[in-house]
Design a protein around this ligand. Structure first.
Ligand code: ATP
Length: 327
C-alpha cells in the first residue's frame, strides 16, 4: 500500500477537500460509553458486554477519491497522526478492501482521513474511520450496498464499527456488535478531556481482569455476573434527563484505566469540582468524559480543565450525534 502521513499543520477538512476534488467525504462521530459493563473472561479470550453507546459531536472525515491505480493509498492529517497506522493495520484501509472484495472489484482508492477524534483515546476513532471508509467508498464506486449489508461488513471489521455507522444511541451486547437502537429524548452536554498519549484497549481489559483477580472476586465468566443494561440508564436517555443519566453512568474499565494512568484521578476531580454532574473515563480511556447540566456549565468545566494542566485540551460538544453521513 502507498502511504503518507501529513504534517500536523495540514488542518482537518481543508487539506482533504483541496486534495480530492473528485472525492466523496463521509463524516463520522466519536462515541462515549454511558454504560460499559464487562462480563467475565470467556474461554475464547473475549468478555461479554452490556454496552450503551452514545455518539458525540467530535468527528473524523474520511474522503475517498479515485487513486488511478489498483490498491489503497492512505493519507492522514490532524493531531497524533504518528500513532495512526498507515499500513494494512489501518481500519479504514481494511474497510475499503473488504467492501471491494465483497463486490469482486479492485479497491483503486485514495483515502484521506482528517482526524479530530483523539487517537487511542477510548472514543473509537479507528472504528469511526472504518465506518466512514465503507460509506465513502460505496458512494465513490457506486456499489449501492444495502445498509444492512454495510452493517454486516462493519461487524466483521470490529465490534465498535456498526455503531459508528448508525450513531445516535444504541445498546451493544455480546462483544458489542449486536446493536439495538435506543430512543434519546433530549440533547446532552458533554466535555471531553483529551489526554497526552493513548491507552491500549487490550491492556486495559487485561488490567481489569488482573484487578478482579487480585480483589479475590475472580475474573472468569463463572465468577462475574452476566452483564445487563441498566433500566434507570435507558430511562434517563429516553427522557433526556441529564441528572438521572449522571446518576446511572458506569464504566467497568474505569478502575483499570486509572490503575494504568493514575493521573486520570486528577482530571476526573477537576471536572467534578468545576460543576460537572458526573465524570467518567470514556471507554478504555484515557479520554475523560464529563456530563454537564447545560452548555454554559460545559464551558465552565472545559475552562477549568484547560487551566488545570491535567489534560492536553478540553472539548465541549453535544450528544446524540448522527452516524456516518456523506457530506
Ligand atoms: P478502541 O476502539 O480499541 O477502544 P480507541 O478508541 O481507544 O480504540 P482508536 O483511536 O480507535 O482508539 O485506536 C486504537 C488503535 O487502533 C490505535 O492505537 C491504532 O494502532 C489502531 N488504528 C487502526 N486504524 C486506525 C485509525 N484509522 N485511526 C486511529 N487508530 C487506528
Amino acid at each position: 500500500m502507498d502511504a503518507a502521513a501529513d504534517t500536523e499543520t495540514d488542518t482537518a477538512g481543508a487539506g482533504s477537500t483541496a486534495r480530492t476534488a473528485a472525492g466523496v467525504t463521509a463524516r463520522v462521530p466519536a462515541k462515549v460509553n454511558v454504560q460499559l459493563t464487562v462480563g467475565g473472561l470467556r474461554p475464547d479470550g473475549f468478555h461479554g458486554l452490556a454496552n450503551v453507546f452514545l455518539a458525540v459531536g467530535l468527528y473524523d472525515e474520511v474522503t475517498a477519491s479515485p487513486a488511478g491505480a489498483p490498491g489503497v493509498k492512505l493519507t492522514v492529517s490532524g493531531r497524533d497522526t504518528r500513532h495512526v497506522p498507515l499500513d494494512e493495520g489501518n481500519l479504514a484501509a481494511r474497510a475499503a478492501r473488504l467492501l471491494a472484495e465483497r463486490h469482486g472489484r479492485e479497491p483503486d482508492v485514495a483515502l484521506h482521513i482528517a482526524k479530530d477524534i483523539p487517537v487511542a483515546g477510548g472514543m473509537a476513532g479507528g472504528s469511526a474511520d472504518a465506518a466512514g471508509a465503507l460509506l465513502a467508498c460505496d458512494a465513490l464506486w457506486g456499489t449501492r450496498t444495502p445498509h444492512s449489508e454495510l452493517r454486516a461488513l462493519a461487524a466483521e471489521l470490529g465490534s465498535d464499527v456498526p455503531f459508528a455507522l448508525v450513531g445516535g444511541a444504541a445498546l451493544g451486547q455480546g462483544r458489542g456488535e449486536l446493536l439495538t437502537p435506543l430512543e434519546v429524548g433530549g440533547t446532552f452536554h458533554w466535555v471531553f478531556a483529551v489526554a497526552d498519549g493513548g491507552l491500549s484497549t487490550p491492556s486495559v481489559y487485561r488490567e481489569c481482569d488482573r484487578l478482579r483477580e487480585s480483589a479475590g472476586t475472580g475474573a472468569s465468566v463463572d465468577s462475574v455476573p452476566e452483564p445487563r443494561p441498566s433500566p434507570q440508564l435507558l430511562d434517563a436517555l429516553r427522557t433526556g434527563d441529564a441528572a438521572a443519566l449522571a446518576d446511572s453512568l458506569t464504566n467497568d474499565l474505569q478502575a483499570a484505566a486509572v490503575s494504568l494512568r493514575p493521573s486520570l484521578t486528577d482530571t476526573l476531580k477537576t471536572g467534578s469540582s468545576a460543576g460537572a454532574l458526573a465524570a467518567l473515563v470514556s471507554g478504555s480511556g484515557p479520554t475523560c468524559a464529563f456530563l454537564t447540566a447545560d452548555a454554559e456549565s460545559a464551558q465552565t468545566v472545559a475552562a477549568a480543565l484547560n487551566a488545570s494542566g491535567h489534560c492536553r485540551t478540553a472539548r465541549t460538544t453535544t450528544a446524540p450525534a448522527p452516524g456516518a453521513t456523506l457530506l
